[in-house]
Each structure stands twice: as C-alpha cells, then as structure tokens.
Design a protein around this ligand. Structure first.
Ligand code: ATP
Ligand code: MG
Length: 261
C-alpha cells in the first residue's frame, strides 16, 4: 500500500456513499505452493451491510475470510479492516484489538466439548484484556443466549445438544463479545430447512438491531435470500459478479444464474 493510502486509511474509512466502509480489500492475491487461489480480489463491506459470498467448493471462500482476520496472510494486496491497514499489523496486541471487533463463526463452528454452554460462552469473555466482573459476565451470557433462543441450555454440555443447537451456541459465543463485524463461514450447513431459516433470521436480526456488518459465506440459497443486502460470487480468484439477489437471479450471464436454479 502506498504511504498516502496508508495515511488515508488510518484517518478514516472512505465514505463515498455516506456509509463508512468497514472492510476494504483491494487486489488480494493468495497462492499455496504455486496454486493460485485468490487472484486480485477486491471488495468493500459497508457498515450494517450483509454481504453474501457464493462460489463453488474450493474456490477460496474460507481462505478469503481467514485473510480478513489474519489467520492466513495474503501474498499481496491492500486490506483495511475498521480503518486499520491489517497488512501492516505486526504487534500481537494490535491483532487482538482487531479480533475483538471481528467475530468469526468457523465452518463447522465447534464448541469445546468438555465445557458446558455457560463455560463455552465465558471463555472468550475471560480472555479479554479488561475482563468483566462475574455479574457482568452472567448478564452478557444470559442476553446473548436469549438472542439465539437457548437460555434454557445454559447448563448443558455440547454432547446433549442437537446440531442446530450447537450452531446457535457457537453463534452466541461469537456474538457475546459484541463484534462490529461478523464473518460467517457456512452458518447453516448440515441443518434442516427450518433451523437454517432460524439461523438466517438471527443473522438478519444482528444487522437490523445492532448495526452489525457481516460477510456470510453460504451454499444455502434461502439463507442468501434472507440475509443478503448484496451478493458477490467468487469465481477464478475474484468476485466475478455482484448485485442484489434479484439482480443476480435475473443476470444475463448463465454461469451467474446457475447459482439460483
Ligand atoms: N492452509 C492451506 N494450505 C494449503 N492449501 C490450502 C490451505 N487452505 C486452503 N487451501 C486450498 O485453497 C483452496 C480453497 O480452499 P477453501 O477452503 O477456501 O475453499 P472454499 O471455497 O471455502 O470451499 P468449500 O465451499 O468447500 O468450503 C483449496 O484448494 C484448498 O485446498
Ligand atoms: Mg469453505
């Protein structure tokens, strides 16, 4: 990134539409052993926006969101998250500060099996540099469990939960830190249609109620329809098409329409 651009990003995210950009990715490249996965990918995520990412298996969707939280360093490109140039972050505490504001629901979203639901939710809270009091923690956990509709599961162990309940608890564990951005990697995979719909509505609720901005990777088109303000399709290492659900469904390009059939 040029020095001018770095200064600019540090000052404030750009706001050409009046809505701040919480993620700005420009010309991102990533290869593994010469196998090029991301090839000049660019996109922006605006405040309170839900961006759904579609793309065939193996296209690099999970790689992309791992780049956004520093789990995989891009080989090249410019990447700003909440106004910070994350390609230039090298201090662990700077990463921790970003990771506190960016929640990540992993593909698979595993819970710690040996911990109860309450302990699973306490875990991220206890790791904060400025930990909450016991009372605050109790309130935060009750609030987030209520959001995901599972307050009654607070004392259960993960083995006692259904797949859908586990997903909802994993989601609660991501949300308990009140992130400004949430990255969802296939939040509804393996769930029945009704549970998928509930999770999708919860994702929508996070945006509408708390102004959270999200990137949602999914193969589940009903989930995309419920959650997306905008959809981008990852193809050959870049976003090959972008638009609303209705725009892309009516696209003149057959490869784009094929996702909606
Ligand atoms: N840490 C890694 N080391 C080497 N190769 C990797 C690594 N992570 C991902 N890849 C490769 O990058 C490619 C994209 O993987 P990725 O997991 O991002 O796909 P995806 O689009 O999320 O697919 P799916 O829809 O199946 O989840 C794959 O070929 C994968 O093998
Ligand atoms: Mg994936």
């Amino acid at each position: 990134m040029s020095e001018t651009a770095t200064k600019y990003f540090k000052r404030q995210p750009r706001t050409d539409t009046g809505v701040p950009r919480v993620i700005e990715a420009h010309n991102i490249h990533k290869a593994f052993d010469g196998n090029k996965i991301l090839k000049g990918l660019s996109f922006n995520l605006h405040k309170s926006e839900n961006l759904v990412v579609l793309g065939r298996s193996g296209m690099g969707k999970s790689v992309l969101i791992k780049c956004l939280v520093g789990l995989i360093p891009p080989d090249k490109g410019e990447l700003c998250v909440l106004g910070q140039n994350i390609m230039a972050l090298d201090r662990e505490e700077d990463w921790m500060a970003i990771r506190r504001k960016v929640g990540f629901l992993f593909q698979g979203g595993a819970l710690y099996d040996s911990m109860s639901v309450r302990e699973n939710l306490e875990f991220p809270l206890r790791r904060q540099p400025d930990p909450m009091s016991k009372g605050e923690m109790k309130d935060a956990i009750a609030e987030v469990l209520e959001h995901v509709g599972l307050l009654e599961a607070i004392h259960k162990m993960p083995a006692e939960l259904s797949g859908g309940m586990k997903k909802r608890i994993a989601l609660a564990r991501t949300l308990v830190l009140k992130p400004e951005i949430v990255l969802y990697d296939e939040p509804t995979t393996g769930l029945d249609a009704i549970t998928s719909r509930e999770i999708s509505e919860l994702i929508l609720h996070m945006r509408e109620t708390f102004g959270v901005s999200s990137v949602i990777i999914t193969h589940d088109m009903p989930c995309a329809r419920i959650t997306a303000n905008r959809i981008a399709i990852l193809n050959e290492g870049r976003f090959g098409a972008e638009g609303t659900y209705d725009e892309l469904e009516a696209s003149g390009e057959e490869w784009v329409r094929s996702y909606f059939e």
